[in-house]
Ligand binder design. Sequence first.
Ligand code: GLC
Length: 727
Amino acid sequence: MNRLLPIISLLLILLAIESKAQVSPESIDEKIENILSQLTLKEKVAMCHAQSKFSTPGVPRLGIPEIWMSDGPHGVRGEINWDNWGYADWTNDSITAFPALTCLAATFNPKLSYDYGVAIGEEARYRKKDVLLGPGVNIYRTPLNGRNFEYMGEDPHLASIMVVPYIHGVQENGVAACVKHYVLNNQELWRDHINVEVSDRALYEIYLPAFKVAIEEGKAWSIMGAYNQFRGQYCCHNEVLLNNILKEDWAFDGVVITDWGAAHDTKESALYGLDMEMGTGTDGLTLSTKNAYDNYYLANPFLEMLQSGEVPISVVDDKVRRILRLMFRTNMNPNRSFGRMNNVEHQEVAREIAQEGIVLLKNDNSFFPIDPNKKMTIAVIGENATRSMTIGGGSSELKAKYEIAPLEGIQKRFKNANIVHSMGYASGPPAYARVIPSPYDADSLKRAAIEVASKADLVLFFGGLNKNHHQDCEGGDRLQYALPFGQNELIDELVKVNNNFGVVLISGNAVAMPWLPKVNGVMQGWFLGNETGHAIADIISGDVNPSGKLPFTFPVKLEDNSAHHFGEISYPGDSIKQIYKDDIFVGYRWHDTKKIKPLFAFGHGLSYSSFNISNATSSKKTYTPGEEITLTCKVANTGSKDGMEVVQIYVGKPNSKVERALKELKAFKKVNLKKGENQTVQVSFNADDLAFYDESISDWNLEKGTYLISIGNASDNIVSEIEISIK
Ligand code: GLC
């Protein structure tokens, strides 16, 4: 027997090695099940709600970390206190402020969207945030919405193309994107409760597409429910939106997070798709609970329902599985990078997006560019020439490492010019949900500005909106379509004394321009982040040729916009309910179909060069469902400067059996052309993209017959049309 022992032990060792080799490393799902089986019910429930303003608890005894989140879509917000909205005033949380997402959309350049995502993701990672609360893709339905600047415009296809690369870029850093605000949060007035009624057709064709693609192609790891209601149920616990559409139809495997304070019911939160409750306004610390967070809907009340059997344990297990999966993708992923912040590459990305997003709207007599070497006096007038725009605006505000204002950018670039600045008007400091009046006397500001303008060779007026309450700010809508703070009257006075006049609007929304015929040049500058002044000077000086295109329509007057055409119930609603009577006719879809000429059209944007799109042909005349449709055309840069053009493909269906917009954007491509160069450009889309959402079958329906393809460089500048048919 003794002689056998060594052989037996050797065999046992070989068996052990063999069995070990066979056991593949545990899969994420196996790890999740393993952890789940060790959690107490209290630990499971605790993970489903906040422990502080921006964090949820892990499981300390098992070494499972907390989840830390931060706003916002344009950069990583300054650190907020544990238990209130105040800033913690850290000295190490200044970051890169990237341009607002409206500017990103205006670039019509998906590659920049990826660069944006990578850069902001690296900063979120370095700031040790596991979830970045962005991007926002709510559709631009009315120019009065206070938060349009945070989103990607009025067209679902543009927003869809631009949101996916951003999410990929963020999540490559091991940081979860949190696409928001799902869904129909298209205004700020009464946002916390308004019950939105909209047709299925408009829901599926206009408001859902960017969220659908963010989940199915972007693979977003989290999504934020909106504050408002949809068909009588809050979006953060909504059976149709969360259980049926998001988790079943789109197979979302991530975490549904509330907007802050957007949960309103325990049973609904438990059963209708909510996974993580944040920001609920509990009654604070009461005698009965040691911690306000125990009062959350998904805290003790949820625990009691689970303990009593009113809600099965499987319900909390599903939430915890999703939360653990997000952790294995973020803070429990041992391979994720360490991020970086305030590095030159991020600042260059911010500047490049700003350069490509600025839209040249009007340029009579080639007012722009302005020769940076010419000796002359330039009057720079307007509060927005110097106003910081990285602060204010609500949750997307930032603590930027630096911020180059327009005036500074002009001064640095136009070294031979005598730059004279005058404020012209003043709006007062930014304030959330209230207005702090300006401390300046309006008349004296106006007189000073007129004096400066009268002595200058050229006037650059920097106006627009700002991050004040009611002015491109969360928590309130604009009260007027006109420019505020007396800007229109000031411009009228200034052009009387000097008509060599250009306007740069810094804003995130369309505005009325009664003075448009009186000025030579108009540029749409967005909230551009910390490189604002550099990017604006790059464009104004001609160092960079503008190539931005409008991601939303500028109506002449507010009544021309479809959300404002159907009375109060359509906008802003009756304070309880709102009906989107404009239905699918949002933005240019309305203007084109009803032949209401806009001030500036969706997709419009001039260049310092000129481009010619010609010889457009389609790959075939007849297509079958599912087939790729490819358009080929020649694009020539017929001007004197290198530049970029955006070829835009719109499609409409004459004689359709259902009402349709005249045409809808189905594809676009931005091309880079040296002066004199021409390129053959191909743009493709799928025949199935031409289907409409058919409420009679609750599904998409690709109508057979003739379609009209319109090719151009703006929705109101179509250069050729091609008929195809779907058989
Ligand atoms: C805010 C915003 C949301 C933000 C959250 C946290 O109310 O609606 O976009 O991420 O609360 O600040």
